[in-house]
Design a protein. Structure first.
Length: 723
């Protein structure tokens, strides 16, 4: 850049500043003199704009802008714009870039956070500031520039691509051994993100020597240990750090851990916790245990999995791929994409930007459901990259299509309400798409089919984005039927029915010898409190002495001792090769204490004669029905206990069967009877015939009412009626 005009510019800028000290002949002459000097300076600043930075007048303007002087802001902006144009055309020295960054940051203030929407003015100055700060990093000892960039986009956001940002921090470390702790922490996060575990370990030593905050340091220890596979030590460090949280700084990393899967109520509860020792540790233990219980996994499994998912998502599904958001570049692509979506159910686009500015929508669902299954999709859809992913959950497979919001690859992908790509390609995994792809006689019919498909994919996307899990999944369903009943005074009764043909397919060698084996895992606990009270992990065996028909069922029951309470129960049953399996989650299985103080009803256990299983409990033979289905010619046998009865009072009992299909206003079947109580607790076995019912699924409701006091209790079960 020419330096000759620079000297003259500095002098003229100084002269401009000095005008304020002249004794004014008249106000008009003062204005004319200022305009003349500023005009000459502006012409020369067009060729050497950064030379004007060094004068005291610019410093004065910066100070006045910081104090809220609107006129000073206008003057500084007019002076800065030619500087920015020149900076785009010439390579700036680090010192000049640093100065320009200072001016642009002043004009950009107050800077919004990484998730904030910027106005056009904010984006203009922020972009200039970030670009100048990056240029300033040609001086690898410019700590101030890195601190500003890290303040604008603190990790896990990026102000450059992860590899470039790490390169800058490494270079800075070589020049400045004692960096601010925050920058060293950011460097360690980046070392972990790119997979440099040995380098991360060396940075950890630096942080320990620098006495970094305990909560954040322990979290980094946990990240490193879990990345290395040292689960036990990693979990200890994680909870030790959680117990040491004393301020919002220590809270930050732990908030990111739960952010991706926590419900809104959970996040609100977390943010409202007091900064007292152990409070956050206790809350997190309950949070992660609740997930382990729902997943049917050992305690700690979900937390370890979430750290693995985080590493995967950062590596493959970052939203901002090059630090563009640091410059304030809008993340919703072309401005027309800001149009409102009035009917998301039937619009193929769910949104125009990712739900997070750290991970794109694919990464967000990886955090919720784990590794995706890649499904066919065409490479481009109207110029947009497209991808279809699926996740296998306990509730079935969820398929979501994704596309980029613009043709630029600087950003990741957003979720859609429709499979992405050419329908002739996507119909490889959804045959309905072939019907949409082939020209039909009626366009209206094709549109109607597309609408039905869109509604289905809308529901799948909504389900995927509002659920999470790490349940044991299998290549295919075992087709097992699982039931769970609460037992009075404590205990959970689990009843199984497994198709023999499917189980033999997963263990053909054993089945040939007439031996059938299944792996059974049951977890019982309080999901709300995050407490596990019982775990059963076993292998069940059946041996056949003769041929087994294709429609034969292998049946079994087991009782898991538990204390009284309303428990969540997760059951997983599969073949020993872990290829075929079935999982069920029961949200509320009651095991009442029966203390005689109030009217209480146990969980009704439904069975049938000839069901193949009988449970002998408290001297009573209780028939079971492992398939949970009855023909209209078979009687439904109901067993339950009532507690808190008053001798002499009459108790009215009613059985109701409500069809699940439709919106019935009355039960499809009702039968009732009345009996007088002779003792506090009574075991009851009753039966009824479903012969007049239409085949289908029903909800059985058992109601018991004290005809004297009016107290009433009820329990319900689901069952199926066959022809």
């Amino acid at each position: 850049m020419a330096r000759g005009p620079a000297t003259r510019v500095v002098g003229l800028c100084s002269l401009y500043s000095a005008v304020d000290w002249f004794l004014p002949p008249t106000p008009e002459q003062r204005i004319s003199l200022r305009a003349f000097v500023l005009g000459i300076a502006g012409l020369l600043c067009w060729h050497a704009p950064l030379a004007c930075q060094s004068n005291t007048h610019v410093d004065s303007l910066i100070h006045r802008v910081e104090l809220g002087d609107a006129a000073a802001r206008k003057q500084l902006a007019a002076m800065a714009r030619p500087m920015i144009i020149d900076a785009a055309q010439h390579s700036l020295s680090p010192a000049d870039a640093n100065r320009l960054a200072q001016i642009a940051l002043t004009l950009a203030a107050p800077l919004g956070g990484p998730e904030d929407t910027l106005t056009a003015r904010e984006a203009e100055w922020r972009r200039s500031a970030v670009r100048a700060l990056r240029s300033a990093l040609a001086d690898s000892s410019d700590v101030w520039a890195v601190l500003q960039l890290e303040a604008i986009m603190p990790y896990p956001y990026l102000w450059q691509s992860a590899s470039k940002e790490l390169q800058q921090l490494r270079a800075l470390t070589q020049r400045i051994p004692s960096l601010p702790v925050g920058l060293t922490e950011a460097r360690m996060h980046l070392e972990l993100e790119v997979g440099s575990l040995d380098s991360a370990a060396r940075v950890l030593v630096e942080l320990q020597a620098a006495h970094a905050q305990t909560a954040r340091l322990d979290h980094l220890v946990a990240e490193l240990d879990l990345a290395r596979g040292d689960t036990a030590h990693g979990l200890r460090a994680y909870y030790a750090g959680a117990g040491a949280i004393a301020d919002t700084g220590g809270l930050r990393d732990y908030t990111w851990d739960i952010f991706w899967i926590a419900e809104a109520s959970e996040l609100a509860e977390w943010r409202a916790l007091p900064m007292s020792p152990g409070t956050h540790e206790e809350w997190l233990r309950a949070f992660w245990t609740r997930r382990d219980l729902d997943d049917g996994r050992d305690s700690g499994a979900r937390l370890v999995e979430q750290f693995r998912r985080w590493r995967l998502a950062l590596a493959q599904y970052r939203w901002d791929l090059d630090g563009s958001l640091a410059e304030g570049i809008p993340d919703d692509g072309i401005p027309i994409y800001r149009m409102p979506i009035t009917d998301p159910t039937h619009n193929p686009i769910a949104r125009w930007h990712a739900s997070s500015r750290v991970l794109d929508d694919r990464g967000s669902l990886v955090m919720r459901h784990g590794d995706p299954i890649r499904l066919p999709s065409s490479t481009h859809l109207g110029g947009l990259d497209a991808q279809n992913l699926a996740w296998q959950t306990l509730g079935g497979r969820l398929v979501v299509g994704f596309g980029r919001p613009s043709q630029s690859e600087r950003f990741g992908m957003v979720a859609r309400n429709f499979p992405a790509g050419n329908p002739m390609v996507t119909c490889q995994f959804d045959a309905r798409m072939c019907e949409v792809a082939i020209p039909l006689a009626s366009i209206a019919l094709r549109d109607a089919k597309s609408r039905i498909i869109a509604e289905d994919y809308y529901r799948q996307r909504e389900a995927a984005e509002h659920s999470d899990g790490n349940a044991v999944t299998f290549r295919d369903s075992l087709g097992a039927i699982v039931q769970a009943f609460g037992v009075a005074h404590g205990g959970t009764l689990v009843v199984l029915a497994i198709p023999a043909a499917k189980l033999s397919a997963g263990d053909s060698v054993a089945a040939t010898a007439g031996l059938f084996r299944a792996h059974l895992r049951v977890m019982v606990g309080d999901s709300a409190a995050g407490k596990i009270v019982a775990v059963l992990d076993t292998t069940r065996s059946w041996r056949s002495t003769g041929p087994v028909t294709r429609d034969a069922w292998l049946t079994a029951y087991t009782v898991i001792p538990t204390p009284p309470g309303d428990w969540s129960v997760t059951v997983t049953v599969g073949d020993t090769a872990h290829t075929l399996g079935t999982g069920r989650r029961f949200s509320r299985v009651p095991s009442p204490a029966f203390d005689g103080s109030t009217l209480a009803l146990s969980d009704p256990i439904v069975g049938r004669e000839g069901g193949g299983l009988v449970w002998h409990h408290d001297g009573t033979a209780i028939p079971l029905n492992p398939t949970n289905a009855w023909r209209t010619t078979e009687s439904v046998i109901v067993n339950y206990s009532i507690d808190g009865m008053i001798a002499g009072h009459a108790y009215e009992t009613q059985f109701e069967l409500w069809p699940l299909k439709g919106k019935p206003k009355a039960p499809g079947f009702t039968v009732g009877f009345t009996s007088a109580a002779t003792q506090t607790t009574t075991a009851v076995q009753r039966e009824f015939s479903p012969r007049n019912l239409t085949p289908g699924e029903y909800r059985l409701v058992v109601r018991v009412r004290d005809s004297v006091t009016g107290a009433e209790v009820s329990r319900d079960r689901l069952l199926a009626i066959l022809k």
